[in-house]
Design a protein around this ligand. Structure first.
Ligand SMILES: Nc1ncnc2c1ncn2[C@@H]1O[C@H](COP(=O)(O)OP(=O)(O)OP(=O)(O)O)[C@@H](O)[C@H]1O
Ligand SMILES: [Mg+2]
Length: 264
């Protein structure tokens, strides 16, 4: 766990009230209230199908909520499409990778930076193109991939690909980053490296992290929200989550104790 730059009593950067998302007869997300403060590291936990990714989708605007309100930096963004929310400072990664495996690290980042530029696409001027390339290399360096700019993404390890996804989510200089299971599919060593990367992220960037891996979630987060059947069921500090009977019953079993023994 990290204390980070959380200011007690500061206005939340993200505020959800009564948020829901219905698919036909299924309430994937139901009546969720959520306040995330500036600089906070929030982990969202919950079993498969709990509604975690759907919650991210309605926050980022990838799909509209069917109930409730979403405020980002004090503005109601419920009717604003994903591109507009991204321009206002939301960056996200996806549970299923969206990297271009046949392109290099630098080219993936180049496209991410380009996609986040404001205004209409203008014909490239050499200097502007050079600026974007420089920014792409800077982003690669910020996640430890400085030596890999020319590497084909498809030839890299899963761990490096996850690092690159974090860099891509940073391309628009987000104030809020939503990371959907950044450690999934990684080896133990890779998970440790990714956790270190998340701990080193600029403390002024607010982070919401969906994570099944307790080692990662409880080390990175200073506050945890637990979901089940589309609803928020428990919220608290990592210590409160470790000690919560309902969390153990529904989700954790003996895994938290195991995670602590691992000392990751
Ligand atoms: N586009 C969709 N259309 C219909 N049902 C959906 C859609 N997306 C998600 N669901 C359903 O909504 C529920 C919540 O799914 P969601 O992907 O949000 O869960 P999750 O907590 O992210 O699970 P996991 O840990 O497996 O990633 C599931 O029952 C899922 O089948
Ligand atoms: Mg999911």
């Amino acid at each position: 766990m990290t204390e980070n730059a959380v200011t007690p009593g500061a206005a939340p950067i993200l505020r959800l009230r009564g948020v829901g998302r219905r698919f036909g007869g299924l309430d994937a997300v139901s009546d969720v209230d959520l306040d995330v403060g500036p600089g906070e590291r929030r982990a969202i936990l919950g079993p498969n199908g709990a509604g975690k990714t759907t919650l991210f989708n309605v926050i980022s605007g990838d799909m509209p909520a069917t109930a409730g309100t979403i405020e980002f930096l004090g503005e109601d963004v419920g009717q604003i499409p994903a591109s507009g929310r991204s321009k206002r400072g939301m960056g996200r990664t996806y549970q299923k990778s969206r990297l271009f495996l046949g392109l290099s690290v630098e080219d993936n980042l180049y496209l991410a930076v380009l996609g986040n530029q404001t205004g209409h696409l203008r014909p490239f001027r050499r200097s502007r193109d050079g600026d974007i390339r420089e920014r792409a290399r800077e982003l690669a360096g910020a996640v430890g991939l400085q030596g890999k700019c020319d590497a084909l993404v498809g030839s890299m390890s899963h761990g490096e690909q996850r690092q690159l996804e974090v860099a891509m989510a940073r391309a628009g200089d987000p104030k809020l980053m939503l990371l959907d299971e950044p450690a999934s599919g990684l080896s133990r060593g890779e998970r440790v490296a990714l956790t270190d990367l998340l701990l080193e992220l600029d403390p002024s960037i607010t982070l919401i992290l969906i994570e099944h891996d307790m080692d990662v979630a409880l080390r990175v987060a200073n506050r945890v929200t637990m979901m089940h059947d589309g609803r928020k069921i428990v919220e608290g500090t990592p210590d409160e989550i470790r000690a919560n009977d309902l969390v153990h019953e529904l989700y954790l079993g003996g895994r938290v104790a195991g995670a602590e023994e691992d000392g990751a």
